[in-house]
Design a protein around this ligand. Structure first.
Ligand SMILES: C[S@@+](CC[C@H](N)C(=O)[O-])C[C@H]1O[C@@H](n2cnc3c(N)ncnc32)[C@H](O)[C@@H]1O
Length: 357
């Protein structure tokens, strides 16, 4: 008769891992808490100064009992402050900057909306692990489109005009003088509109295959008063119209495409001879072992739910993934016929590449 042997466990390692699990589980459910806090204006109300739960309930017209539970979850997670002597909740300057100021470069709630929207696809993606089926960007929950724009816009506002465009050869000067620009895979147009507002002499064309995102982008262009210089059209990256663009940009979408080489070849033939293609991709190293860190974890997880299935749903289905890395992007770009390619600049979250014919 054999006796089951229990494995020799290192209890310190086990306890450390369980500690990580508690943090992760709290963060996972916290996703919904942040989405609620943003939707109901709770962070913005807290940013006006410390309040009790009942004062906040009155200010935000919310149910006090629900609010008490939410406030406790936020204080436990370090997203808001709690003063036990006064019973008041509030935001530190830094929490207000990241959670209550939509224009701040560190505005975070959009990331949680994106996460919650992406997680709605889990049952279908789990099935895809067996079938290999794709799932188009357009098939996701609306929170994916809104959250993506809300999450990415602050980073673009902080970097695009002030450092990414100046890192490219002669592009800022051309945009200042008046250039023809295409923003391909523009989603809801956050990047297109930021550029249009900064370079009033240039003409901008935003393209995306997703009709709902394009409708949203058009609405934003009207609201922001630039619709006379910015046109948004539904078009695939391999088919978008127009020639002789001085500047083509793709933001966080080349890796989502089924046929990035085909898209790159189309960009190549749409550019003026002295035009520039800017490729913004998620930050990634070439070797898996070098991406096994918190940023890589975020990107690989979103990539499993969004980017890889999107690419798989389209022709070719190359599935570069959100952590493609420079070597893969270089290969796509040079295979498509570009003769010059370089990493122009980077942030902890993005790499900006420059390609020229
Ligand atoms: C992660 S989102 C990025 C959106 C936008 N560029 C931004 O930075 O906010 C990826 C976008 O790529 C678009 N997309 C995916 N495949 C495409 C294709 N083949 N042609 C055009 N757009 C595509 C999706 O519809 C989606 O809007």
């Amino acid at each position: 008769m054999s006796t089951a042997q229990s494995p020799a466990l290192d209890m310190d390692k086990l306890n450390a891992f369980i500690g990580q699990f508690v943090t992760d589980l709290g963060a996972a459910v916290h996703t919904g808490m942040v989405v609620i806090g943003e939707k109901l204006g709770l962070y913005k109300a807290l940013a006006n100064g410390p309040v009790t739960a009942s004062e906040l309930a009155a200010k935000t017209q919310t149910d006090e009992r629900y609010l008490k539970e939410w406030l406790a979850s936020q204080a436990a997670g370090g997203y808001i402050t709690y003063d036990a002597s006064t019973g008041k909740f509030g935001l530190s300057q830094e929490q207000a900057f990241a959670l209550a100021m939509e224009d701040s470069p560190a505005y975070l709630p959009g990331a949680f909306e994106l996460a919650l929207g992406s997680l709605a696809a889990v049952p279908r993606i789990a099935e895809s692990f067996r079938t290999g089926a794709g799932m188009g960007w357009h098939e996701h929950d609306d929170g994916v489109f809104h959250g993506c724009e809300k999450f990415f816009r602050p980073g673009y506002a902080a970097n695009l005009v002030s450092s990414w465009i100046p890192a490219l050869h002669g592009v800022r000067e051309r945009l200042e003088a008046g250039a023809r620009v295409a923003d391909v895979g523009c989603g809801k147009g956050a990047s297109t509109l930021l550029m249009a507002k900064s370079f009033p002499k240039s003409r901008f064309y935003g393209f995306d295959y997703h009709d709902k995102s394009i409708a949203g982008a058009r609405e934003s262009a009207r609201r922001e008063g630039v619709a006379d210089r910015v046109t948004f059209e539904v078009a695939k990256a391999k088919e978008f119209p127009g020639k002789d663009y001085d500047f083509v940009a793709v933001f966080d979408c080349l890796h989502d495409m089924g046929d990035p080489v085909g898209a790159a070849a189309h960009v190549r033939q749409s550019l003026a001879d002295n035009g520039t293609w800017m490729i913004v991709e998620p930050f990634a190293n070439d070797q898996l072992k070098d991406n096994l860190n918190p940023v890589g974890r975020v990107y690989y997880s979103f990539s499993t739910l969004l980017c890889t299935p999107c690419s798989r749903s389209q022709e070719v289905g190359l599935c570069l993934g959100a952590q493609a890395g420079e070597a893969n992007i270089r290969n796509v770009v040079t295979t498509a016929g570009f003769s010059r390619f370089r990493r122009a600049t980077e942030t902890p979250f993005n790499i900006v590449y420059e390609a020229r014919p």
